[in-house]
Design a protein around this ligand. Structure first.
Ligand code: UD1
Length: 429
């Protein structure tokens, strides 16, 4: 199993190209199931989760082709993927695939909308909490699907197609908003989604669906209107930049000090985290090329932050923020409100000398003067990258074990950080 070795203490200086967003690429790829025609996606990040979804879609009969590199592209440019679901050969998404990645459950929406049936394994428990699928099931039922749960599978049937309806989510859910939007795109009549997720990835999916011929208005607000159409066609769409990757490197630069340009990043989808970063003591400016994060010498200030649905502070940056404020001059408070068990990084950060007290969903982080490198264990995607940030800010050597978690969501992290002066390498095997 690969490990990452970091020797902390170097300042980061240089340019980090920001990849396409994992959390946009996954639903966009799944949208290919809605049409017989080719959906071409540009700027798809090279990640383990993307590779797994290619396999899952392949199982349903989707041809996935990677276009060759073009002039000017390098190893850090995203891929162009051509996805063609000419015929869906199988409407079953089996446990051994779905259990590896929760988002693969989302195929249930397009499959039942286009084929009138889907049999998709329940994703099972997840390291960051129970993460149920009740809201997906309620939404599909509202659209007229019959739902049965049998032997660990959710079976959705709509022999005569789905019907538009009013879906009012009792809580904000990104995944169920994606699924409801995709299913409603091919339903008969009008759907209104209330309390929809406003995350930029929902907006990106809606923009692609509109290019495919869907009639969707209001994505990015909490009320989305969809007028169902009979068929969708192919389209070409670039995956939006990854705001979580952007925020992660911005926090890393604040941790080490230095001057980093996050190339291709968009500040408008990261307002709250950048505001927090400024409060902590980094200078953040928007340039024509991306976001510049600068910190020179000054100390880090403590903050009080609560995770919330967009446009609030994202849960996917909570662990990285925590790593950063372990070295703040004072006590920070971080409240997690999205997932109930998303504090696995706390124990590992403590191994580097962090002082963190947990009380339910609230973490109190007492800043320490210095962290000291140690072997640590990655436990999930965002937790593992928080250990990289801590390692960059620690004295001496940190070894991050179980790097496969990182590879699910961060494209060539050691190359991107290494190019800015970090001492970081992958140890294979
Ligand atoms: C997506 C992101 C993930 C991010 C999360 C919250 C992807 C691939 N993943 O996950 O990185 O951390 O949004 O921004 O885009 N819930 C239910 N019932 C349901 C569905 C969700 O109770 O049927 C709950 C969840 O347990 C959680 C909350 O709703 O407490 C929000 O979850 P949701 O927004 O659905 O997260 P995901 O879409 O899985």
């Amino acid at each position: 199993m690969d490990r990452i070795r970091i020797v902390g203490g170097n300042r980061l200086n240089g340019t980090i190209p920001i990849s396409g967003a994992k959390n946009a690429a996954l639903p966009l790829m799944i949208a290919s199931l809605l049409t017989r025609d080719t959906l071409t996606l540009d700027n798809v990040p090279r990640l383990a989760d993307v590779a797994l979804l290619k396999r899952i879609l392949g199982n349903h009969g989707v041809d996935c082709m990677v276009q060759g590199k073009r002039a000017g592209q390098n190893g850090l440019s995203g891929e162009t993927l051509e996805l063609r679901a000419g015929d869906i050969v199988d409407t079953v998404a089996p446990y051994d695939l779905v259990s590896k990645m929760r988002a693969s459950f989302w195929v249930i929406g397009p499959l039942v909308a286009r084929m009138g049936e889907a049999r998709v394994s329940l994703p099972g428990g997840c390291a960051i909490g129970t993460r149920p699928v009740d809201l997906f099931i309620d939404a599909l039922r509202t659209l007229g699907a019959e739902i049965d749960i049998d032997a660990g599978y959710v079976i959705a049937r709509a022999k005569n197609g789905l019907r538009g309806a009013r879906i009012a989510f009792p809580k904000v859910t990104v995944g169920a908003t994606h699924v409801a939007m995709m299913a409603a795109a091919l339903a008969k009549g009008e759907t209104v989604i209330e309390n929809a997720a406003r995350e930029p990835e929902v907006v990106d999916l809606a923009a692609c669906l509109v290019k495919m011929g869907a009639r969707i208005a209001g994505a990015g607000t909490s009320t989305i209107h969809i007028d169902g159409v009979e068929t969708l066609s192919g389209a070409r769409h670039p995956v939006m930049p990854d705001r979580i990757e952007t925020g992660t490197y911005a926090f890393a630069a604040a941790m080490t000090g230095g001057d980093v340009l996050l190339e291709g990043a968009s500040a408008s989808i990261l307002e709250r985290p950048l505001e927090v970063l400024r409060q902590i003591g980094a200078e953040v400016t928007e340039t024509n090329h991306g976001i510049r994060v600068y910190r020179n010498g000054g100390g880090l200030a403590p903050v009080e932050v609560t995770t919330e649905p967009f446009p609030g502070f994202p849960t996917d940056l909570q662990a990285q923020l925590m790593a950063l404020v372990t070295r703040a001059g004072g006590t920070s408070k971080i409240r997690e409100t999205i997932f109930e068990n998303r504090f696995m990084h706390v124990q590992e950060l403590a191994r580097l000398g962090a002082e963190i007290h947990l009380d339910g969903q609230m973490a109190t982080v007492k800043g320490v003067e210095r962290l000291k490198g140690a072997p640590v264990m990655a436990t999930d995607l965002r937790a593992s990258v928080s250990l990289v940030i801590a390692g960059l800010g620690a004295e001496g050597e940190t070894i991050v074990n179980r790097v496969y978690h990182l590879d699910r969501g961060f494209e060539r992290i050691e190359d991107k950080l290494g190019a800015c002066g970090a001492t970081i390498e992958r140890l294979s095997g």
